[in-house]
Design a protein around this ligand. Structure first.
Ligand code: MG
Length: 382
């Protein structure tokens, strides 16, 4: 029976992971939990799953403690559901120790791609993606050999602002951005979905996970969120993974891969499903997508700088300090951060710190500027 560490256990993915395990206690044992400030829920989870108090820790801001939990010899599977860059120590700890890593924390892979790759090679750990799109690709890739793969397709719901023009997006409120049409997720990723930054980060994530270059990773808007990802093969065949939006499916697969759970999450009722539609993303209204491609192609520390600046920008938007359109301005500025090679965690931390400082200055400038200048008039593509 695999022994599981759920890191980020009180968040959206963490609580859903524990729900999957609660329903399949004959298959998994929870032996470690990590959370942030929600210590009451953490204590309740530890009591319910019989986790030793020394391994149920409020330690998301303590990189050493987080890495130690992930590398614990009594843990077989690490589910990393920590939000943001704070999840990096768990990713590295698990991979260095040769564990199976169910990865919901995309930021660690994006910010520290070269470091994570080295840790994976050194420790022999395995990553199974929890992100629904990448779980779909992981599943669809089983249909052919690697040389037969010609293109990866990530689907995007388009978020709450799909179909709006740039000028219609000038005055959107935090409440509007938090209303995701198909997925119920945490605040940070929901804002990322509204800007398409989430999809941009997922393009980089796909590149890192599956070693496919950026010219062969594409995004299509699919508002129903039923197709989660598609792999196009050399003979033109496209293999897609479909299910109703339910994170418990990819979580369950990541915990037990390559085996599937014997409980259907997100089963489709074909008689009432109706139509599935597709459209190209609006790259002008949602410039974050192309900024992510640019950062990914630049490589080195560029994705780390972009992701760090995004965390600062999203927090500032949620605090109502900057308008929604200005998030992309902060991101565009982050591409100017001078980053060299990223060989180790210290390099990643240096880029992360520099990008956050720079992003905070940009946020402060936007805050101080007259309202008319706040509203994203600067073209990020310039
Ligand atoms: Mg996703």
């Amino acid at each position: 029976m695999p022994r599981v560490a759920v890191l980020g256990s009180t968040g959206s993915v963490g609580t859903q992971a524990l729900e999957v395990i609660r329903r399949h206690r004959d298959r998994y044992e929870v032996v470690a939990l990590a959370a942030g400030r929600n210590v009451e829920l953490l204590a309740a989870q530890a009591a319910e799953f019989g986790v030793d108090p020394t391994r149920a820790r409020s330690c998301l801001d303590d990189p050493d403690a987080l890495a130690a939990l992930a590398a614990d010899p009594d843990v077989d599977v690490v589910l990393n559901a920590v939000v943001g860059f704070a999840g990096l120590p768990a990713t590295l700890g698990a991979l260095e120790a040769g564990k199976r890593l169910g990865l919901a924390n995309k930021e660690s892979l994006i910010a520290a791609g070269p470091v994570v790759r080295a840790a994976r090679t050194r420790g022999g750990g395995e990553i199974v993606p929890v992100d629904s799109e990448h779980s779909a690709l992981y599943q669809a890739l089983r249909a052919g050999s690697r040389p037969e793969v010609s293109r990866l397709w990530l689907t995007a719901s388009g978020g709450p602002f799909r179909g709006r023009t740039r000028s219609e997006l000038e005055h959107v409120a935090v409440e509007d951005a938090l209303k995701h049409p198909t997925w119920d997720m945490g605040a940070k990723i929901t804002i990322d979905s509204s800007t398409l930054m989430n999809k941009g980060l997922e393009v980089i994530e796909a590149h890192e996970l599956f070693d496919v270059d950026f010219d062969h990773v594409d995004v299509v808007v699919h508002p129903q969120s039923v197709i989660h990802g598609m792999v196009e093969f050399s003979d033109g065949a496209v293999i897609a993974q479909l299910s109703m939006p339910d994170m418990r499916l990819p979580i369950g697969l990541a915990l037990g891969a390559p085996d599937r759970l014997d409980e259907a999450f997100g089963a489709i009722d074909w008689a009432t499903l109706g139509s599935l539609t597709f459209e190209a993303p609006d790259r002008e209204a949602f410039p974050a997508l192309d900024l992510a491609y640019r950062a990914g192609r630049a490589g080195g520390g560029a994705p780390a700088a972009l992701s760090a600046a995004n965390e600062v920008a999203v927090a500032a938007f949620l605090d109502r300090r900057i308008p929604w359109l200005a998030i992309a301005d902060v991101l565009a500025d982050a591409l100017e951060v001078q980053t060299g090679n990223v060989r180790d965690v210290a390099d990643v931390l240096a880029v992360d710190r520099a990008a956050r400082e720079r992003a905070r200055r940009v946020v402060a400038r936007i805050e101080e500027s007259p309202v008319g200048e706040q509203l994203g008039t600067r073209s990020p593509a310039a």
